[in-house]
Design a protein around this ligand. Structure first.
Ligand code: HEC
Length: 90
């Protein structure tokens, strides 16, 4: 109880960039999760600006290649970008 209270005061709630994405039931969310939580925790869309996401997703493609994961095809990439950019930081 005390710990939780201190936590509340100190703001050790999830930082915005890591806040859980509260859309677990949407198809877009599930798709995003299925592709982007393979190597690390799922990044929140607000972690980056819309204009920066394409570069990051491209970078992740090369990480995938290095690790022998399949690259996203263009449709998959677009689907994830639509998801991220429509919810990105502003
Ligand atoms: C094959 C493994 C792998 C997959 C799959 C992967 N990532 Fe990553 N990701 C990494 C690695 C390794 C890093 C750390 C090095 C770096 O920043 O390039 C990273 C770092 C990141 C970062 C930057 C760090 C940060 O805290 O902001 C973001 C954002 C990110 N990934 C998003 C994604 C998204 C979106 C997808 C899905 C399209 C994805 N990742 C899929 C391996 C992966």
């Amino acid at each position: 109880m005390l710990v939780q209270f201190i936590c509340l005061l100190a703001g050790c709630m999830v930082r915005p960039g890591y806040a859980p994405v509260n859309e677990e039931n949407s198809e877009e969310f599930k798709f995003y999760q299925s592709k982007c939580a393979l190597c690390h925790g799922l990044p929140h869309p607000r972690r980056h600006y819309a204009e920066d996401w394409p570069f990051i997703v491209e970078l992740m493609q090369s990480h995938s290649e290095e690790r022998g994961f399949p690259r996203l095809d263009n449709d998959e990439k677009q689907r994830i970008l639509d998801y991220l950019q429509s919810r990105a930081r502003d």
